[in-house]
Design a protein around this ligand. Structure first.
Ligand code: TRP
Ligand code: SF4
Length: 327
């Protein structure tokens, strides 16, 4: 039997290359080897976006369209929306009872968000329980493997802790200890060298058109020691070069590397070429996307099939959980 995977993404906006490299590429590779569930975490998004929920539903569909365009196959994997399966909240409450407050207050992601997101109101009750809902997502399906980015490791640690507490307190062996699986792909930084993020406005969107892509690449910071075109460059410190490494084959990379080191190519031309690479890379994805955008019916059908599959597993687990907790 295949091992079970669950992962999720918050629908807070349109997806960008960071999502593709950090998650989707990995998800699509795992589909054959594992039994995969991929979830749109709309309750998690609502915790921080509740004052601006106007686009939430649209982002749910739009993100799923991007998932499929990037190779997530609804025939192989189960795609669903968290809020379509109400058992998530039932599970969340069951786990809330056994989660010590201190574990949540000490959670590094919680402390960081409180510090960083002063502009958005995350100082709410739900937000403290963010990792408990995530644990509920994972345990509801008894997922054994959870592909996530490094930033999510504290949540996986908490999930294991909650899983063990549940089994111990209720003297049952209901839940496995889910393992985090980190992406093997190199991290892709944003245009300005910080983490690629919508809130930093330093991203290239999966649906950005060629003119936008070229314009955005133009703003990227290169090797600061290169002033004249003939100055020898250091591709290993250049963000533009790191994009080549992610989006094109080693042959082209080594040409760029040599030309840069020998001062044979200027950064302007090098960026133009990177623009070509990205436009070509995104073309088939955008082609697929175009077809799906005009076919919402198909997406809704995929999500309904996903909901039904997820609900079957979730219902069975909740039956066990209710029994274990004594309700
Ligand atoms: N917290 C995750 C993130 O921001 C999203 C998420 C919600 C998730 N539930 C999950 C990821 C369950 C993995 C498993 O990236
Ligand atoms: Fe970076 Fe290319 Fe300029 Fe070299 S030539 S510093 S790789 S942009």
């Amino acid at each position: 039997m295949k091992k079970k995977i669950l992962s999720g993404m918050r629908p807070t906006g349109k997806l960008h290359l960071g999502h593709l490299v950090g998650a989707l590429k990995n998800w699509s590779k795992l589909q054959d080897e594992y039994d995969c569930l991929f979830m749109v975490a709309d309750w998690h998004a609502l915790m921080s976006e509740y004052k601006n929920p106007a686009n939430l539903k649209e982002y749910c569909l739009d993100n799923v369209i991007d998932w499929i365009s990037c190779g997530i196959n609804p025939e192989k994997s189960t795609l669903f929306v968290q809020s379509h399966v109400p058992e998530h909240l039932e599970m969340y409450m069951s786990l809330s009872c056994i989660t010590p407050l201190g574990l949540l207050e000490r959670c590094p992601t919680y402390k960081e968000q409180l510090r960083e997101l002063k502009t958005r109101e995350v100082n709410n009750y739900a937000f403290l329980g963010y990792p408990v809902l995530q644990a509920a997502d994972i345990l509801l399906y008894k997922a054994e493997v959870v592909p996530v980015g490094e930033d999510q490791l504290p949540h996986l640690e908490l999930t294991r802790e909650i899983s063990n507490r549940f089994n111990t307190i209720f003297k049952q062996d209901v839940f496995p200890e889910p393992q985090a699986m980190l992406t093997q792909f190199p991290r892709l930084l944003g245009l300005d060298g910080r983490k690629m993020s919508k809130s930093y406005d330093n991203y290239i969107g999966l649906s950005d058109q060629p003119d936008i892509i070229y314009a955005k690449v133009k703003t990227m910071i290169t090797d600061p020691r290169r002033i004249k075109k003939t100055d020898p460059g250091h591709p290993e410190v250049c963000n533009v070069y790191s994009y080549y490494q992610v989006f094109t084959d080693p042959r082209i990379c080594s040409i760029v590397e040599t030309q840069c080191e020998k001062g044979e190519i200027g950064c302007i031309d090098c960026k133009k070429r990177l623009g070509d690479v990205l436009v070509e890379f995104l073309e088939p994805i955008q082609e697929k996307r175009k077809a799906l955008v005009s076919d919402h019916k198909t997406i809704l059908k995929i999500l309904e099939i996903g909901r039904a599959k997820a609900a079957t597993i979730a219902g069975a687990t909740m039956k066990q959980v209710r029994q274990a907790v004594g309700l």
